[in-house]
Design a protein around this ligand. Structure first.
Ligand code: ATP
Length: 448
């Protein structure tokens, strides 16, 4: 796949012609006929390039451009303007469009412009070509996206709190991408993964000879973040000594490298994250209160995935689509049972757990349908745990559902040997056959 393209035009035949043409060239293409439908699409899908017509039934494309860039900050937008409408083209470029196409345009010109636009995004995103966009349409996620859009352009220090895997780093990166600093570095450091003395060396850098293994001068992350954003992940794990030094840097915007005397100035925006309750750490005396106030001018809280029910299926489908493209597998969908199971799961590992699960499902399953059983096997859960909803059914359907799960589990347990299963569950062979057929149970052993 060469890249993903969204075609926004109110004329059906233009949408279809462009879609066919671009698909033939190897792009993944989606279309939208209005601003409203575009808004919906970009909440759940990422596009390298958007082809945007100026005239749309519910507004003008150029005014919509800034909204589009909020959701897809990395995307190159190509605006399609009417013949001779130079003022539109000028405004579009001013508002952040990558390029414009004046009607009528040749197909060669279109393909060339799209190709350049996609290349530009891939280059800009570097190794993070497949980095996720912030997906979610639950109330807290929509509010979060709005807040991010508002604070990104400021220089305010942001603290992101939330359980592990809720997307704190992704939010930090999104803030950077939406800020004026987007072309400067985003420098991250995980305070939990480094021992105390190494954190200082990493943050402040060192001079040659500062310690035994310091064979040459090394710039620290604070210095590297100059002009950009410094992301301190797991800041709650920083030692008190490093905290005291960091506090001084935040007050003076300057520091010296380890073993050095030269004062180094660095101007960066600080975004920190923690999955610990920092107020508790302050009470315990392991986190400085004065540092807390410095880093938390604005606090963003990421709720656990289990509290954002409606995002679960959206994210699951998003990851299935993404990994299917990545692993060149057919597009997959979730059965209603599978969706119910995902909704009922606790997701202690939050979005990271969901993402990993979807990746494994794409790798392991050749078919197009993901069933509850496929997921249960990978999650290693006892079906009954996720069967709370059985109690909302009538006895007959609850019984049927349980019977199916029971037989599926026994079949797996006995390596799909029907004779053994028949004996183990005390059900004669012909009845077992009948039930397997009746419930549409697959005798596929390759599922995981
Ligand atoms: N809303 C979301 N939309 C799309 N992808 C997401 C979303 N939230 C999280 N992810 C993805 O889930 C994974 C985990 O997210 P991330 O690393 O940002 O979490 P974290 O809170 O920083 O975790 P930790 O506390 O363990 O460092 C990443 O691959 C990230 O891209």
């Amino acid at each position: 796949m060469k890249g993903t393209v969204l075609v926004v035009d109110d004329e059906k035949n233009i949408r279809e012609t462009l879609k066919n043409l671009l698909e033939e060239e190897g792009y993944y293409v989606k279309t939208a006929d209005s601003i409203e439908s575009t808004k919906k699409l970009i909440q759940s899908e990422y596009f390298h390039t958007v082809l945007l017509d100026v005239w749309l039934p519910d507004g003008d494309g150029i005014s919509f451009l800034s909204h589009l860039k909020t959701y897809l900050p990395d995307t190159s937008v190509i605006v399609i303007t009417g013949h001779g409408k130079v003022e539109h083209a000028v405004r579009a470029i001013k508002d952040g469009a990558y390029d414009f196409l004046e009607k009528p345009f040749s197909m060669e010109r279109l393909l060339l412009t799209v190709e350049r636009a996609v290349q530009e995004v891939l280059r800009r995103r570097g190794e993070k070509v497949h980095q996720d966009e912030l997906i979610g349409t639950s109330k807290p996620m929509l509010e979060l996206k709005e807040t991010i859009a508002k604070i990104a352009k400021t220089n305010i220090n942001v603290l992101i709190l939330g359980e592990s895997g809720t997307g704190k780093e992704l939010v930090a990166r999104t803030i950077h991408h939406l800020s004026e600093r987007k072309d400067a570095p985003f420098v991250d450091i995980n305070c939990a993964s480094l021992p105390d003395d190494l954190i200082e060396a990493e943050l402040f850098g060192y001079e040659k000879g500062a310690f035994t293994s310091a064979s040459a001068r090394k710039q620290g992350k604070l210095e590297l973040a100059h002009g950009g954003t410094l992301f301190l992940d797991e800041i709650g794990d920083m030692s008190l000594k490093a905290q005291a030094k960091l506090l001084r840097v935040l007050e003076t915007k300057s520091f010296t490298r380890l073993g050095g005397t030269q004062v180094v100035h660095s101007e960066f925006r600080l975004v920190s994250a923690s999955n610990k309750e920092l107020s508790e750490e302050i009470k315990k005396g392991s986190f400085r209160e004065d540092l807390y106030y410095r880093i938390s001018a604005f606090v963003l809280y990421l709720p656990p995935l289990r509290e954002r029910g409606e995002d679960i299926i959206l994210l699951a489908q998003h990851f299935l689509d993404r990994f299917s493209v990545e692993y060149k597998k057919p597009k997959k969908c979730l059965t209603d049972d599978a969706k119910a199971l995902l909704m009922a799961h606790q997701w202690r590992g939050n979005v990271r757990e969901l993402k990993n699960l979807m990746e494994r499902l794409v790798i392991l399953h050749a078919g197009e349908e993901i069933k509850a059983e496929d997921i249960r096997v990978l999650l290693g859960i006892n079906p009954l745990e996720s069967y709370e909803r059985l109690f909302q059914k009538d006895l007959k359907s609850a019984k049927r559902e349980f019977e199916k799960v029971f037989i599926e589990r026994k079949l797996r347990e006995y390596g799909y040997d029907l004779r053994k299963v028949s004996k183990a569950i005390n059900l004669d062979l012909s009845n077992l056959y009948r039930k397997i057929r009746q419930y549409g149970i697959e005798m596929d052993k390759g599922g995981g």
